[in-house]
Design a protein around this ligand. Structure first.
Ligand code: PTJ
Length: 247
């Protein structure tokens, strides 16, 4: 279907269309469409823009990932449909690995997502097929299957559109977890080391810009960005901003 650029909801329709295409091709799940609807509702509450609190969290997340030894970006069906190029570019800017990690895991979906990432410039994609040979302890879903050279070995994991269980389990393994979830009260958001309450499409683009600016900073300067960020306080402010935006 062709969406007219003059339609007042062009952007929103464009992303819905990408998900529907992904569903038809088999890498987005029906549940993924429901998740997106929930995300859209929260996005409405922040005016479908990056609020200052999200920008601060994105900056802290970029500092953390630039400081880390082995950062990984986790990719699922929705994010592969919405912003594959941005995720690949972000991985390049942050020198991070890309790992496919799915709740509704099938080899077919893993391979389709790997192909999309490679088509968008990824050289290596972790977590596909037998490469997901480690199991995250205390996690009761297929999300527990991770790559020994990817998420398993990582010190920081960026998890867009997550379910809270895995965030908790990854944190329990001693990793720092950066979440991107529009729901400011989800378990994912509450349990993440740094919670970004923004649309993954905007967050990924913002983080690419931030990484370009921050790459030249020395470690002390990056540490001071990170130390100046208080995740709990930032989340409280996020909820206040959301309330103000509605009233
Ligand atoms: O591809 P799979 O098999 O890994 O499945 C992926 C889904 C998305 C189905 C799975 O992770 C899932 O069920 O997620 P949840 O539990 O619905 O959580 C998704 C969260 O992401 C919700 O809190 C939504 O509000 C939020 N969300 C949805 N769309 C976006 C979003 N956050 C940021 N940007 C979005 N575009």
């Amino acid at each position: 279907m062709k969406i007219s650029k003059t339609h007042p909801r062009y952007e929103s329709l464009k992303y819905r269309h990408r998900l529907v295409e992904g569903l038809k091709k088999g890498y987005v799940t029906q549940s993924g469409l429901i998740s997106h609807g929930r995300g859209e509702a929260f996005d409405y509450l922040i005016g479908e823009k990056t609020i200052p609190e999200a920008w601060e969290a994105e900056k802290a997340a970029v500092a953390l990932m630039l400081l880390s030894k082995d950062p990984v970006i986790s990719v699922n069906g929705n994010t592969a449909a919405l912003c594959p190029k941005e995720l690949v570019d972000l991985a390049v800017s942050l020198d991070a690995k890309l790992e496919v990690n799915l709740y509704y895991r099938t080899l077919k979906r893993e391979k389709l997502i790997e192909r999309i990432l490679k088509k968008n410039g990824a050289e290596e994609v972790y977590g596909v097929g037998r490469k997901a040979n480690k199991v995250v302890p205390n996690l009761d879903s297929d999300r527990s299957k991770v790559d020994s050279l990817g998420i398993w070995a990582s010190d920081v994991v960026l998890v867009p559109l997550e379910d809270g269980d895995r965030v908790e389990s990854l944190v329990a393994m001693g990793k720092k977890v950066v979440s991107i979830d529009l729901n400011p009260v989800s378990r994912t958001t509450r349990k993440a080391s740094i919670a970004i309450v923004d649309n993954v499409v905007r967050a990924a683009a913002n983080m690419i810009r931030l990484a370009a600016d921050m790459k030249g900073m020395d470690r002390e300067a990056l540490k001071s960005v990170l130390d100046g960020f208080d995740n709990g306080e930032n989340l409280e402010k996020t909820i206040r901003t959301m309330r103000q935006d509605i009233s």
